[in-house]
Design a protein around this ligand. Structure first.
Ligand SMILES: [Zn+2]
Ligand SMILES: [Zn+2]
Ligand SMILES: [Zn+2]
Length: 272
């Protein structure tokens, strides 16, 4: 599998258009990896995980199209991940020469929200899959398992375990400290690449709900090692970066390196 980080920011993006903190100011002045669009990821050009508000721009930035994208997996319906208005651009009368349906996976809020956004335009160009935690479905050679996150109060939010050709990828953004049921599920399953979040940065708290901070991220990585999910061959990547972290990209990268963690940036591409 090849993964490409289309966006790596928390909900405000970096720079946050309304903000003049030192991270946003530094990003405006220095650009490069300091500028982050909202989180979404592409696997092999086939699977999009979440659609951020900048999704269309992200594809253009990477010289990509979504013409080969046949699956979208939604983690949850917070607006930084759930830009379903974009689906209308694939409907009949809006996009031409569409030869296969787009398979949309998610929880009930996501599936209902995507269906409603199309407002009757779905035709045969969209197929909706309501998926349940810890139940694996197989599609186009990928094994896809949603696992429960500890994120929103009014919605069961998912992370995704994706397996192909003997390799395993875990997408764990907007996770908070994972629930016990997810640690139980992951126990003993080797993960080659895990994308975890660091949104709360230096905010205090152990086993933080809603989002991980730096401490709970490092503790969670340690626990995943104890559970034999991560070993020396695994790569852990931190994403969903907030300007509130007070760190620019280079500073964040230095901190993460000390803990053996790679810092994501927009456009980062890895083969698994
Ligand atoms: Zn988010
Ligand atoms: Zn800021
Ligand atoms: Zn969220």
């Amino acid at each position: 599998m090849q993964i490409k980080f289309m966006g790596t920011a928390a909900s405000e993006g970096i720079p946050n258009p309304f903000c003049n903190c030192k991270v946003c100011t530094y990003a405006r002045e220095n650009g490069g990896k300091n500028v982050r669009t909202r989180a979404s990821l592409m696997i092999d050009g086939h699977i999009a995980i979440d659609m951020s508000p900048e999704w269309s721009y992200q594809l253009k930035r990477e010289n990509m199209t979504a013409r080969d994208t046949d699956m979208v997996l939604f983690t949850h319906t917070h607006p930084d991940h759930f830009n379903v208005g974009e689906f209308v651009s694939r409907a009949k009368g809006f996009a031409q020469n569409i030869e296969f349906p787009l398979h949309v996976f998610g929880n009930d809020c996501a599936i209902k929200g995507a269906f409603n956004a199309l407002d009757g335009l779905q035709g045969d160009r969209f197929v909706f899959h309501l998926v349940a935690p810890y139940i694996t479905c197989e599609h186009a050679g990928y094994k896809i398992t949603p696992t429960l996150a500890n994120h929103a109060k009014m919605e069961l939010c998912y992370n995704y375990l994706i397996e192909k050709d003997g390799k395993t990828f875990f997408y764990g953004l907007d996770s908070g400290w994972l629930p016990e049921s997810t640690f139980e599920f992951l126990k003993g399953r080797h993960i080659d690449v895990a994308v975890l979040e660091c949104t709360y940065a230096f905010r205090e708290g152990e086993k933080t709900a809603n989002h991980l901070n730096f401490k709970s991220l490092f503790d969670e990585v340690a626990l995943l090692k104890e559970l034999c999910c991560l070993d020396k061959t695994s790569r852990v990547i931190a994403s969903h970066v907030s300007h509130s972290s007070t760190l620019n990209h280079e500073e964040l990268e230095k901190l993460m390196q000390e803990h053996g963690i790679i810092t994501a940036f927009d456009g980062l591409t890895l083969d698994i």
